[in-house]
Design a protein around this ligand. Structure first.
Ligand code: ADP
Ligand code: MG
Length: 344
């Protein structure tokens, strides 16, 4: 049976949005009223919650910003700049799109191609962009991989050139990038306390209005609950896992994160990886790439760069947590998961 979780999530979100309208009032802490807006963009359910003066206007502007970027960067919207680049091979793009593409290329280099921005033809063949999932043959994958490789993309000024057949995919980084822009909009509008959640790409602006850290749950990859809680403020938190979007054929589960080396869904020792860093774009790019690298590769990447922290939930039932976040991550009360600290 083919199943596409995101469609179900979106249907649920549409129903919720219909009940709540786009803005809803929630009880805040310390007398502050929360202003929350919920919306759909980038094929997922999103929300922004802000506190304090000007918050109502600010969350609406943040939503507008994310929806504007979705129009610019969607791989399927015929009017987007990424669609234009993918279609004609040479396009002059806006400064923002250039920034996104340059960032994706930098991260591809940094991760040795584990983050592969030109994977679109392969992702498409597995049906992850259309929802019509299928298992492509090895021959088909091999032939599509001929057109994959970030070094094939050339950028000169604002002009991006792709050889015929090469196509960009913004799926692994777009939400993270948009979350930073949304946070910027909130801050420009005077917000000092907010939580942005773009389909699991979280950005925390300041602390909670009562001055405490935010508490963010890390989802159980095998169930609906959370396995632990991160206490944090003023940072971004992004999780990648195969459970987020997948389909099952003949008992085999195929996840939406693809190993660029073989063009097949990643199947290694990691169930999910959560990245904590100052910016959403870095967290988003890394969570996808570290998932591809597996536990040892991800650990080595952390030791080399140290500009992020991570929590890996692995198939051995254990959590592997870098030392900089270990004292801010607490396992759920009834969890039997063992937490191992990764040291530098
Ligand atoms: P999500 O979008 O669920 O938050 P990710 O940020 O990990 O998850 O991005 C996964 C998406 O990125 C896939 O749906 C696909 O479009 C694209 N993708 C899959 N594998 C890779 C990869 N190795 N490098 C870059 N993009 C990828
Ligand atoms: Mg990502």
């Amino acid at each position: 049976m083919l199943m596409r979780k995101s469609v179900m999530n979106i249907l649920a979100a549409v129903c919720m949005a219909a009940v709540l309208c786009s803005c809803s009032f929630l009880g805040g802490t310390n007398g502050e009223t929360a202003q929350k807006t919920e919306f759909l963009a980038m094929d997922t359910y999103m929300s922004a919650t802000a506190y304090g003066e000007g918050a109502e206007n600010a969350v609406t502007l943040a939503k507008d910003e994310v929806q504007r970027l979705d129009k610019l960067w969607s791989v399927t919207d015929e009017n987007s700049e990424i669609y234009a680049v993918n279609g004609s091979g040479e396009v002059t793009v806006s400064g923002e799109t250039l920034e996104l593409i340059s960032f994706m290329l930098d991260m591809a280099k940094r991760t040795g191609g584990a983050l592969e921005p030109t994977l679109y033809p392969v992702v498409k063949a597995w049906g992850f962009t259309s929802g019509e999932n299928r298992v492509p043959s090895s021959d088909e994958i091999q032939s599509l991989l001929q057109n994959v490789g970030y070094e094939k993309v050339s950028v000169s000024g604002n002009t991006v050139t792709l050889p015929v057949g090469v196509m960009l995919d913004t799926g692994a980084v777009g939400k993270g990038y948009a979350s930073d822009k949304a946070a910027q909009v909130l801050k420009e509008n005077g917000v000092k306390s907010a939580l942005i959640d773009l389909g699991g790409n979280i950005v925390l602006v300041g602390k909670k209005p009562d001055g405490e850290d935010w508490k963010i749950g890390v989802r159980d990859p095998d169930g609906d609950g959370v396995v632990g809680i991160i206490s944090a403020s003023d940072c971004a938190i992004v999780t990648s896992g195969a459970y987020e979007r997948n389909f099952t054929v003949d008992g085999t589960v195929y996840g939406h994160i693809i190993d660029p080396k073989d063009g097949r869904p990643v199947d290694n020792d990691i169930l999910s990886v959560t990245v904590i860093a100052s910016e959403g774009r870095l967290c988003d790019a890394l969570s996808t790439a570290l998932f591809v690298m597996g536990k040892d590769g991800a650990t080595e990447h952390w030791r080399t760069h140290k500009d992020f922290e991570m929590i890996m939930l692995c198939k051995d039932g254990q959590a592997y947590v870098t030392e900089g976040i270990a004292d801010r991550f607490e396992a759920e009360e009834h969890s039997e998961m063992k937490i191992n600290v990764i040291e530098g």
